[in-house]
Design a protein around this ligand. Sequence first.
Ligand code: CP
Ligand code: NVA
Length: 317
Amino acid sequence: MISRELVSLMDLKERNLLTLADFTPEEIRFLLDESKKLKKQFKAYERTKPLKGLTLAMIFQKRSTRTRVSTETAMYFLGGHAIFLSADDIQLGAGETIQDTARVLSRFNDGILARVYAHSDVEKLAEYASIPVINALSDKFHPLQILADLLTIEEHKGKLKGLKLAWVGDGNNVANSLLIGCSKMGIDMYVATPKGYEIPEDVVQMCEEFAEESGAKLVMTHDPVEAVKDADVVVTDTFVSMGEEAEAKKKLEAFKHYVVTEELVANAKPDYIFMHCLPYKHKEAEESVFESENSVVFDEAENRLHTTMAVLKNLMG
Ligand code: CP
Ligand code: NVA
């Protein structure tokens, strides 16, 4: 076990963040502790400016509220500058290759943050860039979201290890990343999806290995009640992710028994927390659950800022 002192000296400079699978539990713990420190004093960084003189190129091939605004705000508070590049703004959207984009941005900037369709695109950016590349959501993973989720769980439950988290819904990018986060940090995760929408086998297998280290129990099921029974945390996400619009009708039909209803959450512990990365699309959970006292979705959204600041400060600073 790594000592607390070593953790406080951890050096993540120049690392990529494509998925939390590449980070040890100690490194994730370090980023969470950094986030807590930054949360207490984030406006103070306006004075010390740890990223003064540094710039971040932000490629967004899909829309975003939380990721874009938290990252731009984080760069401002850390004293650096963020450059927003939508698909319409840069030549990447008109056929320039990822390889060339990565090499050019590496000559101008100190970091690249990218929201893309195919996960292989962030991998290719990282392969060709000589500066850190941060995944701001791909079809497979959303690591920045999960750092915020872990911080939110710890703030509300006082711990991570030994909790039971239920995921009800799609086996999508957020679910994949949450399985990594839980399996690394010792949270038992029960995943209830319809048949055909499970978390991919390669992700489950990788997480089983992480879980052996942490002691987390991972259960893949099709039964939402089994997943939610006595859960400390209940999580869902949209049934139709960005890029899946053409499948919306089919998916909504397949997911009709996976809506987080009041009846379903009655199976969780009375003090359970409800989480959702947002945006809420009003199909995946009842309004009364989303708006309930148990819902911590806006704390979770706020924590995107503090955890992103910890990532930017330590990977780019
Ligand atoms: N949760 C999340 O990533 O939200 P945005 O799509 O608004 O960035
Ligand atoms: N699964 C969703 C998450 C949005 C933040 C999507 O990929 O659209």
